[in-house]
Design a protein around this ligand. Structure first.
Ligand code: ADP
Length: 380
């Protein structure tokens, strides 16, 4: 009988698991947060992933559970594991993608290079960190941040006063009692390292990629990172493997990295699922990250991560068409750029929203980047 994979969360990542699941003969089911989400094609349930009874009913007839996002609460995950359900990644690994303070502490134990950081409970503690770091720093809410929300550059402790006030309110509910503060890293660019790990321990790594963020949102990715030295590639892969093994990750792991002025590589954050920085692999690698994630969580042998061409570029379609439907733009985009692979998320247009992306692969870096941007621009 086909292995039944349950995905919690109905966003575009779950959507992009559907086609590879069908190809692999897996029976994929999705618990979506609401009707009409990106992954509705495979949504067999709609409900609140924070509610144990809802999740329990959903996983009742699946063999393995995985995720479209990292927001399922630990108590729900632990209850599933206690009931003998295979959860990948499991709660012990996922906690490090759910809470940036927990992640920083664990990566420090593992000796993984990362920015200077501290847990701060009030403005006085933040001021001490600022004084030690040239008067500037980055403050982050440990939980629930995404796309740059929950990240703020501060030059005075008062700049984070509202977040400390919110903490005091949260502390009453046991939601956490500290913010994360990090040195403001002077980076030359941002990178990402993808690895996959299956429960039996096999790990495979993709080439390190360059990511470009605009307003805290991933805009473009080039694979492999242009101009990456052999040393950079080796160090990034070693960090990815060390984290996957050290945290016991199962499935895809994305490690977001900073490359600094002085050629150090520092870990920014982790995602334990397919990630925007790995979308290029759908068309640019022998095994795309969505298929790889499914193989890993199903504990199947992992696929070849080799690039299919010298370069791959991924450009996000942000916002979507101001007028008319997304599909209205297909004719022009596809006829002008037949090499562009257009991926759509089935979402309504909204300023800044990730509604799709374009992948282009080829031998000429300028050409693939230009073509991906030009094709994506048809959907503005
Ligand atoms: P999110 O969880 O919202 O993705 P991140 O922690 O990845 O938040 O931060 C978002 C962006 O903010 C990063 O991509 C980077 O551009 C910038 N940033 C984060 N931390 C630092 C830091 N310590 N120094 C400099 N820039 C940072």
């Amino acid at each position: 009988m086909a292995l039944r994979v349950g995905v919690i969360g109905g966003g575009q990542l779950a959507r992009m698991m559907i086609a590879p699941a069908v190809e692999l003969g897996l029976d994929i089911r999705v618990l979506a947060e609401s009707e009409g989400m990106s992954a509705q094609l495979a949504a067999t349930a709609v409900g609140d992933y924070r509610d144990l009874d809802t999740v329990r009913a959903f996983v009742n007839d699946v063999d393995v559970v995985t995720f479209d996002h990292e927001h399922v609460p630990q108590d729900v995950l632990k209850a599933l594991v206690a009931e003998g359900i295979a959860v990948h990644p499991g709660p012990d690994a996922l906690q490090y993608a759910q809470d940036k303070l927990v992640m920083r502490a664990r990566l420090a134990e593992l000796g993984v290079p990362q920015p200077d950081w501290s847990a701060v409970r009030d403005t006085a503690e933040l001021q001490t960190f600022l004084d030690d770091h040239g008067g500037k720093a980055v403050v982050k809410t440990p939980r629930g941040g995404y796309d740059g929300k929950g990240v703020r550059v501060v030059r005075a402790a008062e700049d984070a006063a509202d977040w400390f006030d919110a903490l005091t309110a949260d502390a009453a509910t046991g939601a956490g009692d500290a913010l994360l503060v990090e040195e403001l890293v002077s980076f030359t660019r941002e990178l990402a390292q993808q690895v996959a790990r299956r429960p039996s321990g096999q790990v495979v790594a993709y080439p390190v990629v360059e990511t470009v963020q605009r307003d805290g949102v991933c805009a473009e990715v080039v694979a492999p990172a242009p101009g990456a030295s052999e040393r950079l590639a080796v160090v990034a892969e070693a960090i990815g493997r060390q984290i996957a093994d050290g945290l016991g990750v199962t499935g895809m792991l994305a490690v977001e990295l900073f490359e600094t002025d002085d050629e150090r590589i520092l870990v920014n954050e982790l995602a334990m699922r397919p990630h925007n920085s790995g979308h290029w692999s759908q068309d640019g690698a022998v095994t795309g990250q969505f298929e790889q994630h499914l193989r890993a969580v199903a504990d199947l042998p992992l696929g070849d991560t080799s690039p299919r061409a010298r370069w791959a570029a991924m450009v996000n379609i942000l916002g979507g068409p101001a007028e008319g439907a997304f599909e209205d733009r297909f004719d022009a985009a596809m006829s002008e750029h037949p090499s562009a692979k257009i991926h759509t998320y089935g979402k309504a247009a909204r300023p800044g929203r990730k509604v799709g992306h374009v992948n282009v692969v080829g031998d000429d870096l300028d050409d693939v980047v230009y073509t991906a941007r030009a094709a994506a621009a048809h959907f503005a």
